[in-house]
Design a protein around this ligand. Sequence first.
Ligand code: HEC
Length: 181
Amino acid sequence: MLKSTERNAGSFFIIATVFFFIGGILTTALPAVIEKSWNKPSAGMKPYTESEARGKAIYVREGCWYCHTQQIRTLEADVKRYGWRGVDAPISTPSEFTRDAPHMFGTKRTGPDLARVGGKYDKSWHKTHFKNPRDLVPGSIMPPFPWILTGNNGQDFEDLVAYIQSMGRTIPWRPNNDYER
Ligand code: HEC
């Protein structure tokens, strides 16, 4: 069979396609069928509040996800980098994403991952940061988003911050309002 496959483009294509689908099913469909806990929401998860949901829509609209991912990978570099005050950031689990459609995993980290950013900074930090990131982080290449502060009479900013503060808070790892201490 293999010899004829080498000589015959048609059967090569068919067998390659079959192997492609076997690989696809084994790595994407089957694990989710076997591991039922994946589609259960994590213990502390509540649906997004209206404000958080609007904030998420702004996050999508403004393309924050071009530069920011939302996934803590199983790498030492990730858990240390996105941890806080010596506490490692918990690795992302599928349960955390059950309320997100589409999810905001992102593909590329031009900026830091945001999966655990909720509670890291207070509102006034975000205000200054959206106005001009360079005022807080010299050399930052994040663009300013001043229209978010004024959009919809300031509601856009409230909503986006509500969404940011919700990130990574469905699992207990960092005390609420950590930044206030
Ligand atoms: C062109 C790429 C780019 C885009 C688009 C972008 N950012 Fe950033 N962002 C960065 C970079 C780079 C940093 C790191 C430097 C800094 O803090 O300014 C950053 C930092 C941040 C931080 C601080 C993270 C931390 O852990 O310190 C937050 C929060 C953030 N961005 C939110 C947003 C939001 C919300 C949007 C959409 C409105 C957005 N960013 C759009 C590149 C980007």
